[in-house]
Design a protein around this ligand. Structure first.
Ligand code: NI
Length: 169
């Protein structure tokens, strides 16, 4: 199966993803594809809906595509604690040509399973916390553009509809 990156407004990005019940070969291959596509597209995080699978799987590697040293896989991740607030510039491999400042929790604690099925609890802040909130949003059918003002969103939608159909006014 050859998966590719899915972009907004594809409906798979807008629906809540299903929990993973069994970490089988299908999930292992999905994670391989996600990791490959994340690095190829120079991302630091990816959620399964972004490759067309409505499942609660996230890959993160904050060391980036040139280093590929810190790959972590989160199955069914849940945020169990939050603290503070931080605003930073975000973009998304599934949202073409747009970046915006988004406000997030500064610190979070999550619970998830790893690829071996073990429960993992991880706490962190900064880029990791921002990235995890962005990816868990994807699992809930939410994109970072859902966090921007109505006006900014309307301007983006207009731009996007012109890109998708250049004949439009
Ligand atoms: Ni994204």
């Amino acid at each position: 199966m050859s998966r590719k990156l899915i972009t907004y407004p594809n409906p798979v990005l807008l629906q809540p993803a299903r929990p993973v019940e069994q970490i089988d070969d299908f999930i292992h291959l999905l994670v391989e594809d996600m990791t490959r596509l994340m690095y190829e597209n120079r991302g630091i995080g990816l959620a399964a809906p972004q490759v067309g699978e409505s499942l609660r799987v996230v890959t993160v590697d904050l060391s980036g595509p040139d280093n590929q040293e810190e790959l972590t896989v989160y199955i069914n991740p849940e945020i169990i604690h939050t603290e503070g607030e931080i605003t930073s510039e975000e973009g998304c491999l599934s949202v073409m040509g747009y970046q915006s400042r988004v406000s997030r929790f500064e610190k979070i604690k999550i619970r998830a399973r790893n690829l071996e099925g073990q429960e993992v609890v991880q706490e962190g802040e900064g880029l990791w916390a921002i990235c995890m909130q962005h990816e868990i949003d994807h699992l809930n059918g939410k994109l970072f553009i859902d966090h921007v003002s109505r006006l900014k969103r309307a301007i983006y939608e207009k731009k996007l509809s012109k890109w998708l159909d250049p004949k439009k006014e």
